[in-house]
Design a protein around this ligand. Structure first.
Ligand code: 13P
Length: 249
């Protein structure tokens, strides 16, 4: 179901003690919100994070997972392991995973299948690079990233998918897509989903924007009709900044 969501992707930041401090701060500062709130600490802090946030409205989610359920995959973590510690949502396809760890659409399709087979919700990320936009190729790139990793799915499973448009040129750069650029792309994404599935599916998914969202620009971006929230990197690492974004709704 389509909802407003603000998710903090902490990336490789905060050790266990720092994580506990930030989570307790989030718990203290949290007020009733119209948006669903999520945070994604690193793997080693997930179990403690779930316990700390047990009686709060903030969901703990994972930044990544492997496609296999178990086996000889040194250094990896599976969907069933995440589920076993009550982590029910996973971010897949982040551009840092694609570029630094060579994650392809084919690999991501397998991860998507494994997450869904384990009844997990997915925040699926994609977005064009600066050159794609300079060459007016952004829609083609985005459509292809969505098609190759997600279009083998039945319409019925789309309830468990949240999309996150993260233009690579706006991630961690301080440069943000204008609210109009975000709206145009989100509208295009919804149309792409509608063409493949139906208006019903397209209108019931949440599409988040990610890329240098801050307290100062969140309100304008979130006010666009096809933007249902944000995936926040840097600004999710301070409770005050993160809630300023959550409260932009
Ligand atoms: P920044 O908000 O730091 O640009 O990061 C965005 C992001 O990659 C969220 O997944």
């Amino acid at each position: 179901m389509r909802k407003n969501i603000v998710a903090g992707n902490w990336k490789m930041n905060n050790d266990l003690e720092e994580t506990k401090l930030l989570l307790n701060e989030l718990k203290k500062q949290q007020k009733k919100s119209e948006a669903e709130i999520m945070v994604a600490p690193t793997y080693i802090s997930l179990d403690s994070s779930v316990k700390i946030l047990e009686n709060s409205d903030i969901e703990v989610i994972a930044q990544n997972m492997h496609f296999a359920n178990s086996g000889a995959y040194t250094g990896e973590v599976s969907a069933s392991m995440l589920k076993a510690i009550a982590v029910n949502t996973v971010i897949l396809g982040h551009s840092e995973r694609r570029s630094y760890f060579n994650e392809t659409s084919e690999l991501l399709a397998k991860k998507v299948d494994a997450a869904l087979a384990n009844n997990m919700r997915i925040i699926f990320c994609f977005g064009e690079e600066l050159n794609d936009r300079k060459n007016n190729n952004e829609e083609e790139v985005v459509a292809s990233q969505i098609e190759r990793a997600l279009f083998h799915l039945e319409a019925s499973v789309w309830d468990n998918i949240v999309l996150a448009y993260e233009p690579v040129w706006a991630i961690g750069t301080g440069e943000t897509a204008t609210p109009e650029q975000a709206q145009d792309m989100h509208q295009f994404i919804r149309k792409t989903i509608s063409n493949k599935y139906s208006d019903t599916v397209a209108n019931s998914i949440s599409i988040l924007y990610g890329g240098s969202v801050k307290a100062t620009n969140a309100k304008e971006i979130f006010s666009k009709p096809d933007v249902d929230g944000g995936l926040i990197g840097g600004a999710s690492l301070k409770a005050k900044d993160f809630f300023a974004i959550v409260n932009a709704f």
